[in-house]
Design a binder for this molecule. Sequence first.
Ligand SMILES: NC(=O)c1ccc[n+]([C@@H]2O[C@H](COP(=O)([O-])OP(=O)(O)OC[C@H]3O[C@@H](n4cnc5c(N)ncnc54)[C@H](O)[C@@H]3O)[C@@H](O)[C@H]2O)c1
Length: 348
Amino acid sequence: MIRTAIVGTGGIAGICHVPALRAQAHRAEIVAAVDVDAARAEAFAAEHGIPAVHTDLETMLREERPDLVHLCTPPFLHADQAVACLEAGAWVWCEKPVALSLAELDRIRAAEGHAVAGAVFQHRYGTGARYLRDRIAAGTLGRPLVAQCVTAWYRDDAYYDVPWRGTWESEGGGPTLGHGIHQMDLMLAVLGEWAEVRAMAGRLERDVETEDVSTALVRFENGAVATVVNSVLSPREESYLRFDLTEATVELRHLYGYSNADWTFTARTPDVKWDPPGDVPSSHTAQLADFLDAYEAGIRPDLGRHTMELVTALYKAAITGLPVRRGEIDTDDPFYRSLNGGLPGVFR
Ligand SMILES: NC(=O)c1ccc[n+]([C@@H]2O[C@H](COP(=O)([O-])OP(=O)(O)OC[C@H]3O[C@@H](n4cnc5c(N)ncnc54)[C@H](O)[C@@H]3O)[C@@H](O)[C@H]2O)c1
């Protein structure tokens, strides 16, 4: 059995990670829960029948020797905690955003040895997304031309009462990093490598340090172009992806997860069909099955650097007002260390 531990027993841990692990009960067991809030950890362990409870990650790593740690803590803790797990020999499946900067992400990668780390990006793993990628790879939908990538969500003032939200230091960024990253990750999974970004961002409504909205234009290596919107100010909430290819338009409308019914297919000619095999919804459950296959095969999972590069470039383009090409943000670039490029007051 794969001995797993859940670190951070808040919202996402109970809603998504426990069910995902229960679906893998034939090969994974939850041996420990960790939270700095002892009462929360105790209640979580009691509810889910988890034998050991800890308030300190290092102690848990030493005493429980887990094979795999699910990191479900606030974003600013991920890098240090991931490194601690890797150094203790445990694999890591880390919630998004894995890191607050490319520098942090690379620090995690550098700590890998026998144990490695991967990112939670559950929307890549539903049947619809896998099928679309296969169809594009097979060339049966033609060439990707135009895309729209919209995360139009709503987060009220009370949402930002949670102390780690809304600041560069602890959330790392606004909806570009924290919310829209899922849709952008899926867009990249479908369209491949990006080449250039132009962007605007601002803080229009919420009392936060970071942006509360961003927009961007992205050109891909394959020539396709996309518009991107990341918002926490949109009363009618929606996650929307649209791909116009030479032979069909493929659209996905959902909010936090999709099944086959959320996809719309419009072919240019009647002979081009959309017929996905089965219907696995996008979910932590779907991704964890893949992740544990990788664990058992000793294959390094994806830490999401390509997506973090796009996010970082979007901030740099918005803050500098200049286009950003993939690869130009090297380790000397101020945006490598922080998504505000060293200008924390930029949106205030
Ligand atoms: N994949 C998704 O769709 C998705 C959805 C929601 C949240 N998330 C991500 O999951 C992570 C957690 O979000 P959440 O909404 O569950 O937050 P949360 O605030 O509900 O839970 C975080 C928990 O971490 C605990 N914690 C804080 N410091 C700790 C420490 N040093 N050691 C151990 N525990 C500690 C807190 O006490 C809290 O119980 C964030 O990175 C968030 O972006 C991902």
